[in-house]
Design a binder for this molecule. Structure first.
Ligand code: UD1
Ligand code: CA
Length: 473
């Protein structure tokens, strides 16, 4: 009440809209331990997609997710969005879901109802549904679509073929042979006048195939009370697809992947074999970069222009500057790579890896919390962890930073221009001064001063004629 009074002070505030997202169902058809709305498509949970679309239409605080099955998990997975929740502890149908949301929706004029398992819905379509609902001044407006194969969906029975008014929604299981031929389906998205919804929701009954309260029955309930129920048919039928089965999840996932690849290509990136590559929604790629088949770019990854990402590389939450070459089979997670660097094949850049301009990280090299300066190279078979490596350093094949003593991690510092001979072990904490050399196969336990040579290995012994003697025995 007080909110209504306060809003009167503001000039021309429109009707108050909330968005309710039904997300309490178990998802029996998925045969899963995980609640349905947490199954992932396009790199994030179904529900996260729906929340993201809703949050572009109303503020997060006006979004209510109706959760129930594994409510704690669903809440944890989406809490960062700042939305509100209503708990439907027993899932007695989509109509019942709206019954439990009554309190959360008090004070709103209208509510748009979305399905937590239909992630392709766009903000544009939600807005069109809202605008049509307002223009029609209806009590209930449902989003519909013509589907080539309407099997499984509720069918829309219009009052007349030409008008927007709807007589009823008939669920698949209750549909007659003639009704089953109707290709216009109920998408499961609605706009309701909140007072009308709650004035008549008590009319719903459980006399149906599932013994549930169907929200779809509100069409007939409101209609017989003389309230206006209309349908708005979307031309983008793909947006209504729901992920009820694993096959439907795979289909939705590939649609999202394909759309992202398309937009990346449109922005000037070459993607060879786009149906094989996975690029998450938030990934950015600069122009004239070439992405070869079977590449995964995940999370918050940003790739510069003129890069080449060769096949079988999986790059997550990493930043690559311009002109970086990633050879086949690299794994990166939380890494930073400066311009013109060459990585791989088969390199593993773990969190905190920071490779300088023009640097080389070669095959079977693993880095973690390691900064490499400009032009430094580790071309073969090395482990570099907790290291600070300057510019122009050459790390020989098989070099290992022994950074862990079983309890604590220690740091290795390698200054500019150092040459580390092959198969050296650097026992941290240790520092190699600028311009110093480490002889091959050394075990370095003490700091090496600048411009010095350190050799830490047993001297070679040669026993001349030893083999000949042995043969005689
Ligand atoms: C529903 C519609 C159907 C429509 C289809 C579109 C009903 C009765 N039928 O069928 O007309 O064509 O969507 O996809 O509404 N949920 C709850 N609480 C419950 C039950 C379900 O929150 O008690 C949630 C589910 O988690 C899901 C959504 O509501 O996100 C829809 O439920 P679902 O069981 O998938 O309905 P459909 O059988 O797909
Ligand atoms: Ca569904």
């Amino acid at each position: 009440m007080s909110q209504t009074k306060r809003s009167k002070k503001k000039p021309a505030t429109g009707p108050r809209f909330a968005i309710a997202i039904m997300a309490a169902g178990k998802g029996t058809r998925l045969k899963s331990k995980l609640p349905k709305v947490l199954h992932e498509v396009g790199g994030k949970p179904l529900l996260a997609h729906v929340i993201a679309a809703a949050a572009r239409v109303v503020p997060a605080n006006d979004i209510v997710a109706i959760i129930g099955h594994e409510a704690g998990k669903v809440r944890d997975a989406t809490a960062a969005s700042g939305i509100r929740y209503a708990v439907q502890s027993e899932q007695r149908g989509t109509g019942h879901a709206l019954m439990v949301a009554r309190e959360a929706l008090a004070g709103y004029d209208h509510v748009i109802v979305l399905s937590g398992d239909a992630p392709l819905i766009t903000p544009e379509t939600i807005r069109q549904l809202r605008d049509f609902h307002l223009a029609q001044r209806s009590a209930m407006t449902l989003l519909t679509a013509d589907l080539q194969n309407p099997t499984g969906y509720g069918r829309v029975v219009r009052k007349s073929a030409r008008g927007p008014e709807v007589r009823a929604i008939v669920e698949e299981k209750a549909a007659s042979a003639t009704q089953k031929k109707i290709r216009e389906i109920n998408a499961g998205f609605y706009a309701f006048s909140v007072p009308d919804l709650y004035a008549f929701i008590g009319k719903l009954t459980t006399g149906n195939a599932h013994g549930e309260y169907y929200l779809t029955d509100m069409a007939a309930a409101l209609g017989s009370a003389g309230k206006k129920v209309v349908a708005w048919k979307t031309p983008s039928a793909d947006e209504v697809l729901g992920g009820n089965t694993r096959a439907e999840l795979a289909d939705i996932d590939s649609r999202i992947r394909w759309a992202k690849c398309q937009s990346v290509m449109e922005s000037g990136v070459t993607v060879f074999g786009p149906e094989t590559s996975i690029i998450d929604a938030d990934v950015e790629v600069g122009t004239d970069t070439i992405i070869e088949p079977f590449v995964q770019l995940l999370g918050k990854t940003r790739i510069g222009g003129d890069c080449r990402i060769r096949s079988y590389s999986v790059i997550k939450d990493s930043q690559l500057a311009d002109g970086v070459l990633v050879r086949p089979g690299c794994i990166m997670d939380g890494a930073k790579v400066a311009a013109g660097a060459m990585i791989g094949p088969y390199s593993h850049l773990r969190p905190g890896s920071d490779i300088g301009e023009g640097g080389h990280i070669g095959n079977f090299v693993e880095t973690k919390q390691t900064k490499m300066g400009k032009g430094s190279k580790a071309n073969h078979l090395a482990y570099l962890g907790d290291a600070e490596i300057g510019a122009g350093v050459n790390v020989g094949a098989g070099t290992i930073t022994c950074n862990f003593d079983g309890i604590n991690k220690h740091k290795t510092v390698i200054e500019d221009g150092v040459f580390v001979g092959s198969d050296s072990t650097l026992v941290a904490p240790v520092k190699l001064g600028s311009g110093s050399y480490v002889g091959a196969a050394s075990c370095i336990t003490d700091d090496v001063p600048a411009d010095s040579l350190a050799i830490g290995r047993a001297r070679q012994i040669v026993k001349e004629g030893w083999v000949r003697q042995r043969r005689k025995k």
